[in-house]
Design a protein around this ligand. Structure first.
Ligand code: AMP
Ligand code: MG
Length: 330
């Protein structure tokens, strides 16, 4: 049985379990992570098995600051330092060449490692108390909706010997931006709350690319960003605001930002129209819609054209990247 735990004893129990090679679910500001000792390949292997995650999809290593980050990479670059100084702790993951001491399984056999310092105080306390970096993929069965509160994690792993450290609802609500710094031009592999403009500014105005994930015959640079993901069990599709307003089918669960009142009939899960708040509420709404008895979920396309700053636009682009995969069949 998984167990939700809280308070200072929860951190101590988490540290003890991590030391024993057992997974520990912990809160971050983005989503809940499934933690394990990044230097223990057996413990990391157990996380892959538990999630049903393909071994080709590498994990993010979570650290409590730049000092610990230097232990997991070969060389901590100036660009990495600039990003960390400006945005850590926070929702940006940096990909660099890995340190030899990081087991290959963490990096799916590749030469690079993804590293992030989360800002949630419980995540930082756990990593600091453990005094070692921990891997932390999202704490959901692979391909499913990411968890933004402890009950989502418990729902995904009901029969697992797992503790879930309670840190409340994640305030950012979608996963970190992943930026690859191993080439001459920094490249965003996964969009997130921090967009291209913000990163380019941080790096003194350099060009920042956004990776094109159109499938090719080449091995994927970041395999976790392609294919169906973030998926409710209930079939799910994107609809426009007109369809949303006209929806009276009681079999449809509607996730919408433009309808303030319940229209009667089916299930309505409201979202904020502002980018940050929309992102923070999205997975929660998807979990709730999936748990109600509807036979289909409609998600109103987010109001990206109303975003009036590059930062808000970047958040909606990150949201759309996820919704495209949540609504993809197969
Ligand atoms: P999550 O399961 O939400 O933690 O996803 C982690 C994301 O980071 C996935 O999209 C991975 O493919 C990506 N990732 C992790 N490590 C690396 C790496 N070394 N190089 C490129 N992408 C990575
Ligand atoms: Mg994930």
């Amino acid at each position: 049985m998984s167990r939700i735990v809280s308070g200072p004893e929860a951190i101590a129990e988490g540290v003890e379990r991590l030391g024993a090679g057992k997974p520990v679910a912990f809160p971050t500001e983005t989503v809940y992570g499934l933690g394990a000792d990044a230097f223990n390949s057996h413990a990391v292997g157990a996380v892959f098995t538990l999630k049903g995650r393909p071994s080709t999809n590498p994990l993010i290593v979570h650290v409590s600051g730049t000092k610990m980050a230097r232990r997991v990479v070969e060389t901590w670059s100036e660009q990495a330092d600039a990003i960390a100084r400006a945005h850590w702790p926070g929702p940006i993951t940096i990909v660099l060449n890995k340190h030899q001491s990081i087991p290959g399984i963490v990096c799916a056999g590749g030469k690079t490692v993804a590293v992030r310092c989360p800002s949630h105080p419980i995540a930082l306390a756990l990593i600091d108390a453990f005094d070692k970096p921990i891997v932390g993929p999202s704490a959901n069965p692979s391909g499913r909706i990411s968890p933004t509160c402890p009950v989502h994690v418990a729902g995904g792993f009901p029969d697992t010997d797992l503790i879930i450290i309670d840190g409340g609802a994640c305030h950012a609500g979608i996963e970190s931006t992943v930026v690859d710094l191993t080439n001459s031009t920094p490249r965003i592999l996964r969009r997130g709350l921090l967009g291209r403009e913000a990163l380019a500014n941080t790096l003194g105005g350099v060009e920042v690319e956004i990776a094109d994930h159109t499938p090719t015959n080449e091995p994927a640079r970041s395999p976790g960003v392609i294919g169906a993901h973030y998926q409710p069990r209930t079939p799910c599709q994107l609809v426009n605001s007109e369809q949303t307003a006209g929806c009276i089918d009681t079999q449809i669960a509607l996730i919408a930002w433009s309808i303030p009142e319940h229209r009667g009939g089916g299930h309505l899960f409201g979202l904020d129209e502002h980018a940050g708040a929309y992102a923070a509420g999205l997975y929660h709404a998807m979990h709730r819609a999936d748990a109600c008895s509807a036979s289909m979920i409609w998600i109103e396309t987010p109001p990206i054209d109303a975003a009036n700053t590059p930062a808000d636009r970047a958040i909606f682009e990150a949201v759309l990247e996820r919704l495209a995969r949540a609504t993809q069949s197969g």
